[in-house]
Write a new protein. Structure first.
Length: 241
């Protein structure tokens, strides 16, 4: 933390580098072949690529998001495109308060739900040559999986559940489902790889991804802002702790 030692002066913050990713979105295309509307729960997982049996690395599947979408009944084989931004993830917390927020009167209570995982740590850093990974998406019937399907879900519900003293975990499925236990087929035989899981579960999908570390990145600031910041630093006495 960096702060001004003179309590009479305005606090000035010097920013430090931290890891972050370029904002991204998921795009999921699907059909509802039923004659009625559907409440679809999407569960998205990421794992490093591996040629080991699925049961040996299923615990490495990290949940990135979980959200519900209402999909209308079939209309001439219509395909629905669903987009979900990373900032809407069900595992991340809201951004921390800035000095300007605090000076403006905001606090942790007025800021809202502070539970969850930091957004900038949602995905691994990757490597310069690209870390290979597998993205797995499972769609299920939320009217069967949800504790109270009509109740809206907000905040980091994946790891923390609904906010409130008497609130219960909103999902009837165990945390980490479907990787919370050994994955088997209809004959209770182990499924050895993620491709076999997709084949046996047609309402799921997997794709290969590559996570690239792009090195240090600095946002270009207007010249006026740079001069203002430089002048402020010269007037202030900083101490780092």
């Amino acid at each position: 933390m960096v702060y001004n030692v003179d309590p009479e002066d305005k606090v000035t913050v010097k920013k430090n580098d931290f890891m972050n990713h370029i904002p991204f979105s998921y795009k999921i295309s699907l059909k509802n072949e039923n004659k009625t509307d559907a409440m679809v729960m999407f569960r998205i997982f990421l794992a490093p690529e591996s040629d080991e049996p699925l049961d040996n690395w299923r615990s490495m599947f990290v949940e990135l998001d979980r959200f519900v979408v209402n999909v209308e009944a079939e209309k001439e084989k219509e395909v629905y495109d669903i987009k979900q931004r990373d900032i809407k993830s069900s595992v991340v917390r809201k951004p921390q308060l800035t000095v300007e927020d605090i000076e403006g009167g905001k606090d942790d209570l007025s800021h809202g739900d502070n539970r969850g995982w930091p957004l900038n740590l949602l995905i691994p850093r990757g490597t310069k040559h690209g870390m290979k990974g597998t993205l797995y998406v499972l769609a299920s019937d939320w009217t069967k999986d949800g504790l109270n399907p009509q109740e809206p879900m907000q905040g980091a519900i994946s790891y923390c559940g609904q906010k409130g003293e008497k609130s219960m975990y909103p999902d009837m499925r165990p945390m980490g489902f479907p990787f919370d236990r050994q994955v088997v087929d209809s004959n209770d035989d182990p499924i050895d790889d993620i491709a076999g899981l997709v084949k046996g579960v047609p309402n799921s999908f997997k794709t290969n991804v590559r996570l690239n570390y792009l090195g240090k990145w600095r946002k270009q600031e207007p010249a006026a802002e740079k001069k203002k910041e430089s002048a402020a630093e010269k007037r202030s006495d900083f101490r780092q702790i």
